[in-house]
Design a protein around this ligand. Structure first.
Ligand code: SF4
Ligand code: FES
Length: 379
């Protein structure tokens, strides 16, 4: 169904919930233009319908237009997932002319001070607002991606209004997933139960009010769920991820499962890796499951939940996702959510961005949440 093409791990932002691996791939190891072009061809031959060009920040790649043009030639729908801060009108027009069909733009918050602090990029929020206008002016449909957590969830209503004002057709309200870098920042990010309940009410009211204007995707965070989500629609069923160096993953966070290895498009054709690669076979279907999933009537509904989360919380990627109340570890997860959502921690641990060298003299700067507390739920 879909391929996430992670063109690069380079990114001018340093969000404390980034799902990219802790060890980032360097620019020198990235697939070349030619390698991405034949990977797109292989994806089209395999039957992939949509390619999501992502990163890191995919617009740092100068060959993005060529890759999008190839997807268009092969009748594959192309979507750009971007932080937006490196874009200008000329580049957006060039991407549209190459055949780009949709843009997903991330917003870190509804207000500049907090948004720039969360993304670690001074001036980023204002730039994003301008870029949203350029995207619409180029005639491209726009989705806003808003990652929500304890330090911005109380401004969800503002985020919804801002998305409407920017002309977005969809808003994805994505709760932080606690693996990768977000795992280190759980105590600063975990929402309270009360915040979550209010956010759910806000979304339901907005969906009614904005019918036909703004579609809102919203999923309850795992730490407060009773049943897990069917992560990736099931491992190795619909989705393939290609990393900057060409590793083929069943999910974008799969490298967080440290006892697995992954084949690369430089070694074997994409179709072969998809069909019988050991990483895809390991959790495909239901045969790998132990109890309680093995005999559960939801095993082909949620496929046992998220493998990355199971590994992060239990050390065993084949365990039932602790988000499920039938998991023996569910109580531990509930206790964790309770204690961490009540933690008095607001500072983020930012990823060390030694690779900022790739962006020259950009305005990138590590910030802290506003000292006046405007990033805290009480204000
Ligand atoms: Fe899903 Fe497994 Fe829980 Fe059943 S026991 S609901 S299959 S995670
Ligand atoms: Fe990897 Fe859920 S994020 S399986």
């Amino acid at each position: 169904m879909g391929m996430l093409a992670e063109l690069t791990h380079r990114c001018p932002l340093s969000c404390p919930y980034c799902s990219n691996p802790l060890e980032l791939e360097r620019a020198a190891g990235e697939l070349t233009t030619e390698e991405w072009l034949w990977t797109i061809d292989e994806a089209a031959d395999l039957g992939v319908l949509q390619i999501h060009f992502s990163g890191g920040e995919p617009t740092v790649r100068r060959d993005l237009e060529r890759l999008i043009a190839r997807a268009r030639e092969r009748d594959v729908y192309s979507n750009l997932i971007t932080a937006g801060v490196l874009l200008d009108r000329r580049r957006i027009d060039a991407l549209a002319a190459a055949g780009l069909e949709h843009v997903q733009l991330s917003l870190q918050d509804s207000r500049s001070a907090s948004a720039d602090a969360i993304g670690g990029y001074r001036g980023g929020h204002e730039k994003k607002l301008a870029v949203a206008g350029m995207v619409r002016a180029a005639g491209l449909p726009l989705t806003i991606n808003a990652v929500v957590h304890r330090q911005n969830l109380h401004r969800l209503e503002e985020l919804i209004d801002l998305s409407v004002a920017l002309g977005a057709e969809r808003l994805e309200v994505a709760h932080v997933q606690y693996y990768g870098w977000a795992y280190a920042n759980r105590a600063a990010l975990m929402p309270t139960r009360d915040q979550l309940d209010r956010a759910t009410d806000t979304v339901e009211a907005a969906r009614d009010r904005l019918k036909g204007i703004l579609g809102i995707d919203y999923v309850v965070p795992d730490y407060y769920a009773r049943r897990p989500k069917a992560c990736m629609g099931g491992w190795g069923r619909r989705f393939v991820n290609v990393t900057p160096v060409g590793k083929v993953l069943p999910c974008h966070a799969a490298e967080s499962i440290t006892d697995m290895t992954f084949e690369a498009v430089r070694e074997r054709p994409l179709a072969a890796i998809w069909e019988d690669g050991p990483a895809f076979e390991r959790f495909r279907g239901t045969g790998w499951m132990a109890e309680p999933c093995r005999s559960c009537d939801r095993r082909e509904v949620d496929f046992g939940g998220c493998r990355c989360q199971a590994f992060a919380l239990t050390g065993d990627a084949a365990a039932t996702d602790p988000a499920c109340s039938l998991s023996p570890r569910h109580g531990h997860m509930v206790a964790l959510a309770k204690s961490e959502s009540g933690a008095d921690r607001r500072d983020f641990v930012y990823r060390s961005m030694s690779r900022r060298e790739h962006f020259g003299r950009g305005s990138s700067a590590v910030l802290r949440p506003p000292a006046d507390g405007s990033g805290s739920p009480e204000k």
